[in-house]
Ligand binder design. Structure first.
Ligand SMILES: [Zn+2]
Length: 156
């Protein structure tokens, strides 16, 4: 909450006392009580859950779009100034992604032999691929490469 948008005015009808001052926090622009307004918003949301949800999603999207460019620029600048650190972080991220078989990592593997992009693969397929990788890793760790080759005709 920014101070320059609000002031302490006379106590509102519903008696929203601001931190024991005996006054209500009011909007400078229209003089509405801040707490009353919040309560009204909550009420409205309760009455129109679907519309509230839609508005929330849209505003988040707008916010993201607005900040996208700046965020990219900030990240780029930080990377240039912290090359070593940035490399270490990305190595750690990759190791972590590979160890935990994150969605992003599995999707990346799926794109290797496909013209589709990461986000084009359905989640079912990603989950299935993850299971295959787990299986392959288990077999590999168990030193059963020969058996694997005999069964699948492929090498690990
Ligand atoms: Zn009030």
């Amino acid at each position: 909450m920014t101070k320059d948008k609000y002031y302490l005015g006379t106590l509102c009808k519903r008696g929203h006392d601001h931190e024991g001052t005996g006054k209500s926090l009011r909007e400078k622009r229209r003089g509405h009580c801040y707490v009353c307004k919040l309560a009204d918003v909550v009420l409205w949301k309760e009455r129109h859950p679907e519309r509230a949800k839609k508005i929330k999603i849209e505003s988040r999207k707008r916010h993201k779009e607005k900040n996208k460019e700046r965020e990219c620029e900030d990240t780029r600048r930080w990377r240039l100034n912290n090359l070593e650190k940035s490399r270490a972080i990305s190595r750690r991220c990759q190791r972590n992604a590979s160890a935990n078989l994150t969605d992003g990592y599995v999707r990346k593997l799926l794109t290797v032999k496909s013209s589709l992009r990461r986000k084009d693969f359905p989640q079912d397929l990603v989950d299935a691929k993850r299971e295959v990788i787990k299986l392959e890793r288990t077999i590999k760790r168990g030193g059963k490469n020969e058996e694997y080759k005999r069964c699948t005709g492929r090498s690990l």
